[in-house]
Write a protein that binds this ligand. Structure first.
Ligand SMILES: Nc1ncnc2c1ncn2[C@@H]1O[C@H](COP(=O)(O)OP(=O)(O)OP(=O)(O)O)[C@@H](O)[C@H]1O
Ligand SMILES: [Mg+2]
Length: 462
């Protein structure tokens, strides 16, 4: 293998035996080889996957659930054997696969740092010299002296990640583990991954977050039903992944065939309508509506973890989401552009004096702004039971790069007073990606236009 190749995956296939009943595994073990009957059926999780990753690359693996991503990573790490094909790697590998792999649940965090560090190839002295840094990074307080079986999954991943990056691996492999950590910890991890990347390590990670792949990776891989379906520029691969994810069931096969064909021919053009995507969608996806797809898209990994619905009183808000002006669902927005916050409300009783509302908040809960559909003076006088009303709030995303949460609410007159009929908190989340060209400061962009004019001193003689 040439010295600049870090990971060489060559025609890898994986077949798992599937036993219908647990005791069939035993029966298979004891049944004579001569017997025709097999106590299992075969399931092929990977089909002839080949690709090469060069040293220093950061590669994101995307794909639907159950497509074989974790299986592939396990084979690359050597914790699982390929049925056919082989994988060659160069250098020290640190991997975060399933939670807890490589950790002994009975040992304390401290003991596991030593265990794991030495498993990853450090000497005891090396672990010792890095121990304080590892613990500081994990930031789990006194839990470091507790058996790790008492850890929350977030604490687990903090410690595992801290060890993995402090062994200074040549190859870091991360299987979604980071999604367990809270947002602040994730940011810290990304910063470290970037540092590791800049120091020349090879990084390969599975992510359902398109923005993470776009931000961190120089290449991406799309795996679908065990097959390599796309390989190349992150934007191209993520676009194909998202089209596959949101394609109607009857179009999936055509899309898959198209992508396989494109992969085989090395044709990098991404053709929307050739795969049966309506021309409108394809045009919108290619930015024909004025929104640039590179910056404005739907990140399926960006969903609210804190969504909450209050008790309803005769109305139900359905499907709140953000669209571009051309109707494409998005949650990664370009600052300064216009979008529409959309939801639909079903009324289960007749209500007077109805109004709808929206609110945008920061991660820490600061209410930045919102609106109601009409003032107190002009509500909808009456909505009949059984009616449905679509609500659309057009807004301009005049906020700083960051993550934001949206509420939705509908109020009406119950008895003498206005009450919430349905109210959803943090139900939609959107992100504004970093913008190096930004001049506004703080959360809200007031569209400030600075003018800086050097003034010559009037009385000054030359
Ligand atoms: N040990 C096993 N025995 C049998 N089948 C398995 C085994 N491990 C994985 N599979 C199957 O192989 C397929 C691929 O699984 P894998 O975990 O690699 O998918 P994935 O892409 O990582 O999915 P996810 O996004 O849900 O993590 C799945 O259908 C899974 O059920
Ligand atoms: Mg997986």
């Amino acid at each position: 293998m040439s010295s600049d190749v870090s990971i060489d995956v060559s025609s890898v296939s994986k077949i798992f035996p599937i036993y219908e009943k647990p005791h069939h595994r035993l029966l298979q073990m004891v049944s004579p080889r001569s017997r025709k009957h097999r106590w299992f059926r075969e399931f092929q999780a990977l089909h002839d996957v080949s690709f090469r990753i060069m040293k220093g690359e950061t590669v994101g693996i995307v794909g639907r659930n159950g497509s074989g991503k974790s299986t592939l990573l396990q084979i690359i790490c050597g914790t699982l054997a390929a049925t056919r094909g082989d994988v060659r790697t160069q250098g020290r590998i640190a991997a975060l696969l399933e939670l807890g792999a490589g950790f002994n649940p009975e040992f304390t965090g401290r003991e596991n740092v030593y265990l794991n560090g030495t498993l990853l190839g450090l000497s005891r002295e090396q672990v010792q010299s890095r121990f304080d840094e590892i613990v500081a990074f994990a930031d789990i307080g006194d839990f470091i002296e507790q058996p790790v079986k008492s850890y929350s999954s977030g604490m687990f991943v903090r410690l595992a990640f801290a060890v993995a990056i402090h062994v200074e691996p040549d190859i870091l492999i991360v299987d979604e583990a980071l999604s367990v950590g809270d947002e602040a910890f994730q940011r810290k991890c990304f910063a470290r991954i970037e540092r590791l990347r800049d120091s020349g390590a090879t990084i390969i990670f599975v992510s359902h977050s398109a923005s993470m792949v776009l931000e961190l990776c120089n290449r991406a891989v799309l795996i679908d039903r065990g097959e390599l379906l796309a390989l190349g520029a992150p934007k191209k691969v993520v676009t194909r992944y998202q089209k596959l994810l949101y394609a109607p069931a009857d179009r999936v096969a055509r899309l898959r065939a198209l992508y396989l064909e494109q992969l085989a021919s090395g044709d990098d053009e991404d053709i929307g309508d050739a795969a049966g995507i309506p021309p409108g969608d394809a045009a919108a996806a290619h930015g024909a509506s004025g929104d640039n797809e590179e910056q404005v898209y739907l990140d399926p990994g960006l969903v609210s973890q804190s969504a909450f619905r209050y008790e309803t009183h005769g109305a139900h808000i359905d499907d709140p989401h953000i669209e571009t002006l051309s109707g494409r669902r998005v949650n990664v927005l370009r600052p300064g552009s216009e979008y529409v916050y959309v939801y639909s409300v079903a009324f289960e009783r007749t209500v007077m004096s109805v109004r709808f509302g929206m609110l945008i908040k920061t991660v820490s809960g600061v209410e930045l702004g919102g609106a109601v559909s009409s003032s107190l003076l002009e509500p909808i006088p009456v909505v009949e039971s059984g009616e449905r009303i679509d609500v659309r709030f057009r807004f301009r995303a005049m906020v700083a790069p960051g993550t934001y949460f949206m509420n939705a609410g509908v109020t009406g007159r119950l008895g003498e007073e206005d009450h919430f009929l349905d109210r959803l908190v943090d139900v939609v989340v959107f992100r504004i990606p970093p913008d190096p060209g930004r001049i506004a400061t703080g959360f809200v962009d007031f569209d400030v236009v600075p003018e800086v004019v050097p003034v010559r001193h009037a009385g000054r003689s030359e």
